[in-house]
Design a protein. Structure first.
Lengths: 374, 374
């Protein structure tokens, strides 16, 4: 008996009689990628070739296809499963086929550890054991470090729990990573001291890490040196295996995942953002909520958040962070929808307040703190 | 004046009166990602906010939207442009919108160097100055190194120019990278010596590199130590910035790019595989040709190949490698379609020959060598 994981696809097929053959072709494509009849090794046929486990009609012309793939194909050593290789075997070549969406995956328990901090760790950092958390973003791209730091200080004085870099901020000459992180960290620490939140509830600043693995490490070291606790990473750009390495090497840092380049129309966002990003070690996952600038449905958002926050034990839950065009007016609706195990992220809508930024941030944080769940 | 690159999108819009606003929203999403009216820095408004350069109807309900993005947003230092950050700014958040395809990009000349070896370097390695090149693949996943090496030896005795690892081969316990590369390199060197091709025309074995950047480097060093010249990488899984680093650190190695996880339905394959992979430094790009297992049209394949092989000077051309279910019977058609600046990759169809593998490979290589272009 070989250990298998189950990849779950949604496949369009207008001809129901063709779905059996299509399912088998996906099983071959995502395992041995060659004609079965050319394989003369019995163990490859029995243990490695993908197996169609089920084909279930789910809508008119759409079938759920469940395929068992050998766990051995994603191991890079007897004990270690590689996350890039997981995506490669789950959806590598099949992502090039327009009729298939990678819908879900069932992995053997313990194959990946997942978040090191998760929801309980982020709550400890914020000093907020029960209520929903709050977050805002440093923008726009193009401002120098001092200007971004001034924004950070005002967000912190407004009591927001986390301030993240816009995911577009990298190490640009107009705002070099080292200068930006030092300036913003100082500003947030200053605000925390001034508002008496240096103990208990303190604002956390999460810089965005970008570049190759060396650069990610260099930046993570600067984050540590600045006395910060949290970072934001972009798994689909940095490469899943590099995120996996970083999470292992920096167990003291909490990781928020950004969905950029997620192209989630082809990998179901409930899976990519809700399950896979936490499995890479993300403690919080940012996603575009329904009703904002992006088109995810309420059901997609509900499932994505549930996947992140309610993983199978013993894995730590990851914090769902709805974002993408949220407004102050929607805070009550969002809280009722997502519940308290969430962090609301409002960026541009707060920045619209301009000179009133601290006051508007206070309105935001108070609205979350005082919300009565409906 | 700020230096800009032009991102070219194809946007679905059933309401022609809405496309102006949609184009502006993409320009904002891919630059400052916040309400314009909240920006009070004049230089950000003039130099950083994306600019809609043109909106051109291209089909019923489909518009080409050209947006100028500041080159400064993708620099990580005064001189260096980061490839991950390029994808982030080109399509990061917009990849989450279902109505947009990233269709093309126009970059300032010299921003990325592109291939180090390109078509001329690969031709030198194969000792084949004019004709189309040939390639096959080591499969299936699951075979031990000795079995893969035996296949490699027979492919080499059949005179194929390049033998690549299946992109699913990583560092699995049943075929550890170091053992596999040593065994296959020895087998290919042995075959080259036996067939008198040790000088002039020699078969090149290209191992597949996988994992995080450290692992990629470790594997690239093993490739060098084994006396090999060429590797295959998966940019969308390894992360573009890591490929960029690797190409810079290993200028002696030729790089073939695999399209796995390209999900090219949302980034036009002509762009992603035909232009961007070479810009990362790929000397050859593998893609699924029309008429095989994947659905790319002849026009897509023609444009993809032309993009790779005919870049703006002074960049080196990258070699188009049509693959994905090719058969011996299609060799003449493929050669007439792609011309001699190509490498034909036939994997599974050769492996079907089983005991006759060397003979079948010889038929393949002879068919290419003797082809008269129609």
């Amino acid at each position: 008996m070989t250990t298998r994981l189950t990849a779950i696809y949604r496949v369009r097929s207008d001809d129901p009689t063709a779905i059996q053959a299509r399912a088998r072709s996906i099983a071959v494509e995502q395992s041995v990628e060659m004609p079965i009849e050319a394989i003369d090794e019995a163990s490859v046929l029995s243990d490695v070739v993908g197996q169609v486990e089920a084909i279930i009609p789910v809508a008119d012309g759409v079938f759920e296809v469940r395929i068992g793939l050998a766990v051995a194909t994603i191991l890079d050593g007897p004990e270690h499963a590689d996350f890039g290789q997981l995506l490669n075997m789950l959806f590598g070549n099949t992502s090039l086929h327009a009729d298939v969406v990678l819908h879900d995956v069932v992995l053997p328990s313990g194959l990946f550890q997942g978040p090191r901090h998760g929801i309980p760790g982020l709550r400890r950092l914020a000093g907020a054991p029960d209520r929903a958390l709050t977050c805002s973003a440093l923008k726009p791209q193009g401002l120098p470090p001092a200007r971004l730091a001034a924004l950070a200080e005002r967000f912190a004085r407004g009591g927001v729990d986390f301030i993240k870099d816009d995911h577009g901020l990298a190490d640009q000459p107009y705002s070099p990573f080292a200068d930006r992180v030092r300036a913003c960290a100082d500003a947030v620490h200053r605000a925390n001291a001034a508002t008496g939140r240096a103990t208990g509830h303190a604002t956390q600043y999460a810089p965005s890490l970008a570049g190759n693995l060396d650069q990610l490490r260099f930046q993570a070291n600067l984050v540590r040196q600045a006395g910060l606790t949290t970072v934001i990473v972009s798994p689909m750009i940095a490469g899943p295996s590099n995120i996996q390495a970083l999470v292992k090497e920096y167990p003291d840092l909490a990781f928020m995942a950004h969905p950029t380049l997620g192209g989630a129309a082809r990998i179901a966002p409930e899976l990519l953002i809700g399950k896979l990003f936490p499995l890479m070690g993300a403690d919080a996952v940012i996603f575009p909520t329904f009703g904002g600038r992006f088109g995810y449905s309420p059901q997609t958002c509900r499932d994505l958040a549930a996947n992140a926050a309610s993983p199978p034990t013993p894995r730590l839950p990851a914090l769902p962070v709805p974002a993408g065009g949220m407004t102050l007016g929607r805070v009550p609706e969002m809280l009722d929808f997502y519940g308290p195990d969430t962090m609301l992220l409002i960026g541009g809508n707060l920045l619209l307040a301009r000179d009133r930024l601290t006051a508007e941030t206070t309105v935001f944080t108070q609205a979350v703190a005082s919300h009565v769940y409906g």
